[in-house]
Design a protein around this ligand. Structure first.
Ligand code: SF4
Ligand code: SF4
Length: 360
């Protein structure tokens, strides 16, 4: 088996208790929750722990993964304990909207050391704009309650903020909300950009290069003023790494997109992360029919992998090539081997930080 690959497991498929307007599952069938069967879960955990000798990370996603229920999560840790090798350390992460978190969930996550990522877009007016229930009610109150419950149990919460054209202008308010009001220490920023124009309702909300540069420069300046090394913003970390010519940690900077794979609740496996799940071009196998090793070996020799890793001419001759790698595959124009839409952002922010670092 070649380099280690890391799974994102969609245990409830696309199903979610929210209907966020920008979600890439927006418009998909949400009429019933399909939970991964215990037998498929066992097959996957058994085969994955057997595949590599070193430590492993399982990323549990949905839809909203907590809809699988606490007994399902207890079975996850039970099966990991049964099948893991003696010297293997297992890490679990969950990405959740936090609306279902209560004391019982928090106790469980604390006991088994799960890392929790919560999706919040900012204070109430930013968050509730698009992160709503089916009845259009905003989810802010329940999400914040969930975060506070996790924090009460001493669980460190990382936040993913999705920015759209509309909430980008509240950069300072959002920054203060996350790091002062909510008291979190880790933030990741996702720019909303519908590269295939499939969500007609959100067509005007795609974040332009100019918007994203505005936001990132604001966050960098606010972060420098705050001068608190315990506060980490994923994008700033990645850009600083590039500006000082070190390898960044995130897949969309370090070119490790093909080191991720996504397992759907029905056993179908797709390349990269959940952004591409159910896209035929990224389909790489079926765990109900094949062993995991066969699926991943086949992918490692596939055209799909070559396409994702190939670079357009612009990138081949770019000074930032090693620290950008043509960005996120999902945000490429014209397909998985196209050019990264936020190229201008990359160049501008690498240079902005390089200059700041020299000045400092
Ligand atoms: S900055 Fe632009 S040209 Fe350079 S590697 Fe990134 S996407 Fe390619
Ligand atoms: S599609 Fe983007 S976010 Fe997903 S694994 Fe690839 S580079 Fe990372």
């Amino acid at each position: 088996m070649s380099d280690k690959m890391t799974p994102i497991i969609k245990i409830v498929g696309d199903y979610c208790n929210l209907r966020c307007k920008y979600c890439f599952y927006h418009g998909k069938d949400q009429s019933a929750v399909n939970i991964m069967s215990y037998s498929l879960l066992e097959k996957f955990i058994k085969e994955y722990t057997n595949l590599y000798e070193n430590n492993l990370t399982f990323n549990w996603h949905g839809g909203e993964p907590l809809l699988a229920g606490l007994p399902f999560f207890k079975e996850i840790v039970n099966l990991q304990n049964i099948y893991k090798r003696n010297d293997q350390i297992i890490r679990n992460t969950v990405q959740t909207n936090a609306t279902l978190i209560n004391n019982e969930w928090a106790e469980f996550f604390k006991e088994y050391n799960f890392r929790i990522g919560v999706s919040i877009d900012g204070p109430e007016k930013s968050h509730n704009q698009f992160r709503r229930y089916n009845n259009q009610k905003g989810s802010f109150k329940e999400t914040v309650r969930g975060v506070k419950t996790l924090k009460k149990y001493g669980i460190k919460v990382g936040v993913i903020q999705t920015v759209t054209r509309e909430n980008i202008e509240y950069a300072q308010e959002n920054f203060n909300f996350f790091f002062s009001d909510l008291g979190i220490k880790n933030l990741g920023v996702n720019a909303y950009f519908d590269s295939i124009g499939s969500n007609k309702e959100m067509i005007n909300q795609s974040v332009s290069n100019e918007d994203f540069i505005f936001l990132l420069k604001n966050y960098i300046d606010l972060w420098l003023i705050r001068d608190d090394p315990t506060i980490r913003i994923r994008e700033i970390d990645n850009f600083i790494a590039g500006a000082i010519e070190k390898q960044a940690a995130s897949c969309n900077f370090n070119g490790s997109c093909t080191k991720f794979f996504c397992v759907n609740c029905d056993g179908k496996v797709y390349s990269s992360c959940d952004r591409f799940s159910e896209q035929q071009e990224m389909f790489i196998g079926d765990l109900k029919q094949q062993p995991l090793a066969e699926v991943l070996n086949h992918f490692n020799e596939s055209e799909c992998k070559l396409k994702i890793n190939s670079l357009p001419d612009d990138c081949i001759f770019c000074e930032w090539k090693q620290f950008c790698h043509n960005g996120c595959t999902y945000h490429r124009i014209g397909g998985i081997n196209g050019k990264y839409y936020y190229c201008e952002v990359r160049k501008e922010i690498f240079n902005y930080l390089r200059k700041k670092i020299r000045d400092i």
